[in-house]
Ligand binder design. Structure first.
Ligand SMILES: [Zn+2]
Length: 103
């Protein structure tokens, strides 16, 4: 929890954190907090980073982390993203699966 006793989420992948420290790397999506999750001048940084992550198959950055739910899957990701108001559609999931096979 942060100072306001709110649950923190990675703004890219929606993973829950007790607190988020700037400069740390998200164990799920690999985004750097305070950098990749900031709205850029064009307001697109978060969306762009997330899309890039999807394009590479949404691989876990550090799968061994205890912060990652067990048996993490794209359905888990769908729930994570719903927490931050992002709707991961079946089409997107199919696209990510396709991309992950290309790796
Ligand atoms: Zn993340």
């Amino acid at each position: 929890m942060n100072k306001n006793n709110e649950i923190c989420h990675c703004q890219i992948c929606g993973l829950i954190y007790e607190e988020i420290d700037l400069g740390e790397i998200c164990v799920c999506c690999g985004a750097e907090f305070g950098y990749d999750d900031e709205e850029g001048a064009c307001g697109k940084t978060i969306d762009v980073y997330r899309q890039k992550w999807f394009d590479t198959g949404a691989a876990l950055h550090y799968a061994k982390s205890e912060l990652i739910p067990q048996n993490w899957s794209l359905n888990t990701l769908k729930i994570q993203l719903a927490n931050i108001g992002f709707n991961l559609t079946d089409e997107m999931i199919a696209e990510i699966e396709k991309n992950s096979r290309k790796r």
